[in-house]
Write a protein that binds this ligand. Structure first.
Ligand code: TZP
Ligand code: MG
Length: 353
């Protein structure tokens, strides 16, 4: 191989490794996602293994940083990064670029290594999609403290409740309308999405990923018997928040493999909204929130939660709470919502990152 080829390989191997590290640390420290962190680490090691088949002395000998005509020639904006998202995007572009240059340079003399680098490049395209989509949905959901579920089939009542909940400080609203014809459900969801978006509140649709996508909602919530999360993701046209109900640790572990944006944990207490379901208690909230710490997946505790018992729920480890009847079936919706929101915020004070 020509000396200049070694020089190109050395530079692009470094470039690719450095980009990998930026992405890996993002998955590790920003996403708290152990699975993606491990995947990035393995990816980086595989790249090192491919390059280790080359003559490492030749690679180092070809390096000549001081005589590099490209050093110090910065493109406009190269040193400007608005935030960490920008740095992540730049690293996600730099990595496949470097891999492409490596593959092209290796092709004439090291076709096997070139093929392996090409495989890594294709693998990264999927990895990039997983990272970016999970990050944008997770980021949106991370500020949710009070999540209100509106269980109702009457459009006028739904929209009035949406407005009152927004006024009371709800961070996220889920529409759970099990008996509405599709056309009506779609129109009501569209209106809810518009009102929520104007107020900076997240909108979620229960069960119906198709309606959520068509109406431009922020997400969909899926139960144990609904469409699997992985299939729901295929329907999404843009990053979609996907929630999954869990009622025990086995379901939680299985849910994590599907990588939802958040999981619901409950019913914590017995509830008239789901009268036939056995409550799982605060123990499940403690166990589940501890287990979720390094998974990069959000959560809401749910089921029979009120302003009176929410302290126990937050003390058990919950960072967000979902409620239905305590807010939507009382005379003063806005007041109840505001009261609960203040209480949760007070309990989580000092907890914010
Ligand atoms: N999933 C588990 S409990 C529950 C759902 C939808 C109902 C929560 O409603 P409430 O009225 O806050 O107990
Ligand atoms: Mg369901």
């Amino acid at each position: 191989m020509e000396r200049f080829a070694y020089r190109i390989i050395d530079a692009n191997f470094n470039r690719a490794r450095e980009a990998c590290r930026v992405i890996e640390d993002f998955c590790r420290f920003a996403l708290n996602n152990a699975a993606l962190t491990v995947e990035l680490k393995q990816f980086r090691h595989q790249l090192c293994t491919v390059i280790s088949t080359l003559d490492s002395t030749m690679l180092l000998a070809a390096r000549n940083t001081t005589a590099d005509v490209g050093t110090g020639q910065q493109a406009q904006g190269q040193m400007v990064r608005a935030d960490m998202n920008d740095s992540l995007t730049a690293a996600c572009k730099r990595l496949p670029e470097a891999l492409r240059v490596l593959a092209e340079t290796l092709k004439p003399d090291e076709p096997d290594a070139a093929r392996s680098v090409e495989q890594l490049r294709y693998r990264f395209y999927t990895l990039e999609k997983d990272i970016v989509l999970s990050w944008s949905a997770a980021q949106k959901f991370s500020r949710v403290r009070l999540y209100v579920i509106i269980t109702n089939d009457r459009p006028c009542e739904i929209l009035s409740l949406v407005n009152s909940c927004i006024e009371g400080g709800a961070d996220c609203i889920q529409l759970r309308a099990k008996g509405m014809p599709d056309e009506k459900l779609f129109a009501t969801t569209q209106e809810m999405v518009r009102v929520c978006r104007d107020a900076g509140v997240l909108s979620i649709v229960n069960d119906r990923v198709d309606i959520a996508v068509a109406a431009g909602a922020d997400g969909a919530h899926l139960g144990q018997d609904d469409l699997p999360v992985t299939h729901a993701r295929r329907i999404a046209l843009s990053p979609l928040i996907i929630g999954k109900s869990t009622h025990n640790m086995d379901q939680l572990k299985n849910a994590i493999d599907e990588a939802p944006t958040y999981v619901s944990l409950g019913p914590v207490f017995s509830t008239g909204t789901k009268p036939d379901v056995e409550p799982v208690g605060l123990e499940y909230v403690s166990q589940a929130t501890a287990y979720l710490k390094d998974k990069g997946i959000g959560h809401v505790a749910i089921g029979g939660i009120t302003a009176e018992n929410v302290t126990q729920v937050i003390q058990a480890g919950a960072k967000a709470v979902a409620v239905c009847s305590v807010i939507t079936q009382v005379p003063n919706v806005t007041g109840s919502c505001g009261n609960l929101k203040r209480k949760i915020e007070g309990l989580l004070e000092g907890d914010r990152v």
